[in-house]
Design a protein around this ligand. Structure first.
Ligand SMILES: Cc1cc2nc3c(=O)[nH]c(=O)nc-3n(C[C@H](O)[C@H](O)[C@H](O)COP(=O)(O)O)c2cc1C
Length: 237
């Protein structure tokens, strides 16, 4: 076979078979989920939605952490030793899955949402902190229902090499969907959010112990470990 494909490096070829999937002892702790929202408003429906989602996730047995983006500098405004950047990066390393909930602003995600994602490095040395982790995307709208923001978040999830689950949530006129205590009212939007969290927990349970197998790539096996580190740390990257 390799004779017909002269560019293939045979040593790095690995037929994806069940035998190649080396299962370790399954993790027993609750799935660790980090929730990021994209707003600094005092009453923020994207934050309230994430807090509601965190309650649902905990009911499903997950451990959750919600990151507060206030005080996070803009990307490249300072270096990564800034305490808010370090806090975000530690949380990303801790988690096995994430929820990203952004408001729609001018038809897309907010700058606050993007700044958080931009502070998450694609690689830290040879470790890729988001690669192979699960992701659920949600958005809140001031207007009628749109999917621009969840679509933009999906593109970012792919860029960060995450396993973005199929289900998603977009809440129209979010200001009508929360009560004075900040709790989400019963509705089809609430039920959909529960569906998304249920699916996120299932995908996380199914993939977290095999994520290194799922993300093992031919092109990176061909490249030496040193070349990989040099490339991802290159100033031009
Ligand atoms: C500058 C600006 C642009 C906005 N653009 C949109 C938009 O394109 N589509 C929409 O549905 N809502 C839009 N909104 C409304 C917000 O999505 C809505 O207020 C949302 O609840 C804000 O999220 P938060 O409650 O988490 O702060 C916009 C609001 C602002 C201030």
């Amino acid at each position: 076979m390799t004779k017909q494909m002269p560019n293939i490096v045979a040593d790095a070829l690995q037929k994806p078979t069940q035998e190649n999937l080396t299962l370790t002892a399954p993790s027993t702790h609750g799935p660790r989920i980090l929730l990021l929202h994209g707003s600094l408003r005092t009453v923020s429906y994207s934050r309230l939605m994430n807090e509601e989602a965190a309650r649902v996730l905990e009911t499903f047995g997950a451990e959750t952490k919600v990151f507060d983006p206030s005080g996070l500098p803009l990307p490249d405004e300072c270096d990564a030793t800034h305490p808010k950047v370090a806090e975000l990066r530690d949380l990303v390393n801790w988690c096995e899955g994430m929820v990203w909930c952004s408001p729609e602003r001018h038809g897309t995600i907010t700058g606050i949402m993007k700044a958080q994602i931009d502070w998450i490095p694609l690689s830290l040395g040879a470790v890729r902190p988001t690669q192979g982790k699960t992701l659920a995307v949600m958005q809140v709208n001031g207007g009628s229902q749109s999917f621009n923001t969840v679509n933009a978040l999906r593109v970012l999830g792919r860029w960060m090499r995450m396993i973005t689950i199929p289900n998603q949530s977009s809440v129209a006129k979010a200001f009508l969907e929360f009560d004075d205590d900040g709790r989400m009212k019963p509705s089809g939007f609430y039920n959909r959010m529960v569906d998304v969290m249920e699916e996120l927990v299932k995908f996380t349970l199914l993939t977290r112990d095999v994520s290194s197998y799922l993300t093992d790539r031919y092109s990176e096996r061909v490249e030496s470990g040193k070349d990989l580190i040099d490339r991802v740390n290159s100033k031009r990257a």
